[in-house]
Design a protein around this ligand. Structure first.
Ligand SMILES: [Zn+2]
Length: 120
């Protein structure tokens, strides 16, 4: 992902807690390529940024059409990932857990982001 673009987004957000991590964010985010998934939890861990701030940043990038919102399913009943990723919440709601057969609910969906345009 283009560093210049990321920097512009970070500046536009003008949130000190995010700005102070700008260097680490640029370093970590620049390697993402088209069709890769960004896991907010991983960004939070690697960059040391609060998960809420990570979502604020990723939502801003998604609004610029560089990221697409996707949903990974993690069954809270048997605590297992399903291994597939849904494009919409309604698609995810139709699923049942491949391991225990439990009906997938909203709490089983983890919002992740797919890179659809690396702006480079
Ligand atoms: Zn399950």
């Amino acid at each position: 992902m283009l560093e210049k673009f990321l920097l512009e987004i970070i500046e536009k957000l003008n949130k000190p807690s995010i700005s102070e991590k700008a260097d680490k964010l640029l370093e970590y985010m620049k390697y993402y390529k088209i069709n890769q998934y960004i896991y907010p939890g991983a960004v939070s861990r690697e960059v040391g940024l609060d998960i809420k701030d990570v979502y604020i940043l990723l939502e801003s990038i998604a609004n610029e059409k560089l990221l697409e919102r996707n949903y990974e399913i993690y069954c809270h009943k048997c605590e297992k990932y399903q291994g597939d990723i849904c494009k919409t919440i309604s698609e995810a709601r139709e699923k049942v857990c491949a391991h225990c057969g439990y009906d997938i609910e909203d709490i089983d969906m983890i919002l992740i982001y797919k890179v659809v345009n690396a702006n480079e």
